[in-house]
Design a protein around this ligand. Structure first.
Ligand code: 13P
Ligand code: SF4
Length: 335
């Protein structure tokens, strides 16, 4: 598996038409496979999936599913998490090269060295990490339960939070704890959604709600805009991708500015077709998520590829931290 930013050519050449959809469904039945798609997948993949959702919801669904095969349309760490939770199931990802720049921002060796500098600290890792990092972790979290996870740790214990600096800053703000050390990693897609861009869009759309993923470079700026009164505080919502879908159903706003990967707009528009959802940055597309093409999904189901493996010892150590993650906090939201 590789997740460098070099150009990786995805499997291509197939239109997601009705014949494709029928063949995908037939092959999935034949393999006793459940199809899971993250909210950042392209619309055709989201629509063919049995379940779409955020990383926490999909982890829970994968763990609870009766299917013998899980086809994970998302990035590699998500499929790896499903394998960690269900070692006896076959877990397929349609293109194993679909990595994650955030997961690449800390290695197992780096985390071990960091832990050695802070003996006794509790390690909280975002689910966007490799199995090796999860094996060094006490509790995993996702964007939808990060605050609950850190709040569950006794006040007097130091916390090492990795690898996302923006989510870490959000957790620090929400919990009010000053004994959290945050790793300086970031996702290249979310870091690119910046404060000035958000401020400009918010000024041009004063009635819009702001839905902001906590991995964004602009999350702090959004709260600053609220703090100085440029945007009413109740209009700024820092949300996981699954919680954005719930918020779309609940809001009274007629328009919403969305700060996250643009694949999210598809689920939001389906959930609330009467609302005008606009991306804060319409170039915010994750090339790794988009490697799961219609051609890649078909190949995956035909060939039983790419199969995800996690060595038993790493998986056993990682499972404890992932298990704690899925037990803490409210369901993140999947369909
Ligand atoms: P969610 O946990 O909100 O699904 O986000 C996962 C992710 O990769 C964000 O970039
Ligand atoms: Fe990773 Fe960023 Fe892509 Fe999410 S959007 S999968 S964090 S590279």
């Amino acid at each position: 598996m590789t997740s460098t930013l070099q150009e990786l050519t995805p499997y291509s050449g197939i239109e997601p038409d009705e014949a494709w959809a029928e063949e995908v469904r037939r092959l999935a039945r034949e393999r006793d496979a459940v199809l899971l798609a993250h909210n950042y997948q392209s619309p055709a993949i989201q629509d063919i999936a049995d379940h779409t959702g955020d990383s926490l919801a999909l982890s829970r669904i994968a763990a609870a599913s009766d299917a013998s095969t899980i086809v994970f349309c998302g990035v590699h760490f998500m499929a790896e998490t499903a394998k960690i939770l269900s070692p006896d199931k076959t877990v397929l990802i349609p293109d194993a090269r679909a990595g994650c720049s955030l997961a690449d921002s800390i290695t197992g060796a780096q985390l071990r060295a960091w832990k050695a500098e802070h003996p006794g600290a509790v390690v909280v890792s975002y689910v966007n990490t490799t199995a090796e990092v999860k094996a060094e972790t006490d509790i995993c979290c996702t964007s939808s339960n990060a605050v609950d996870v850190v709040a569950s740790i006794p006040e007097d214990r130091e916390v090492l939070f990795c690898p996302d600096q923006f989510l870490g800053a959000h957790v620090k703000r929400e919990t009010g704890r000053d004994n959290i050390h945050v790793w300086a990693g970031e996702c290249h897609v979310h870091a690119g959604i910046n404060g000035p861009e958000l401020a400009e869009r918010a000024a041009a759309n004063p009635d819009a709600d702001l839905f902001i993923h906590p991995e964004c470079g602009c999350a702090t700026s959004a709260l600053y805009l609220a703090g100085e009164g440029t945007v009413p505080r109740e209009k700024v919502k820092i949300l996981s991708t699954g919680d954005m879908v719930h918020a779309a159903r609940d809001t009274k706003a007629r328009s919403v500015l969305v700060a996250t990967e643009i694949g999210m707009l598809h689920q939001l528009r389906k959930a609330a077709p009467e609302i005008d959802f606009q991306a804060v940055n319409d170039r915010a597309s994750c090339r790794f998520m988009k490697m799961i093409t219609p051609a890649a999904l078909l190949r995956s189901l035909r060939e039983g590829a790419d199969e995800v493996h996690v060595d038993q010892e790493t998986a056993a150590r990682a499972r404890a931290s992932v298990q704690r993650m899925i037990e803490i906090g409210q369901p993140g939201g999947g369909e």
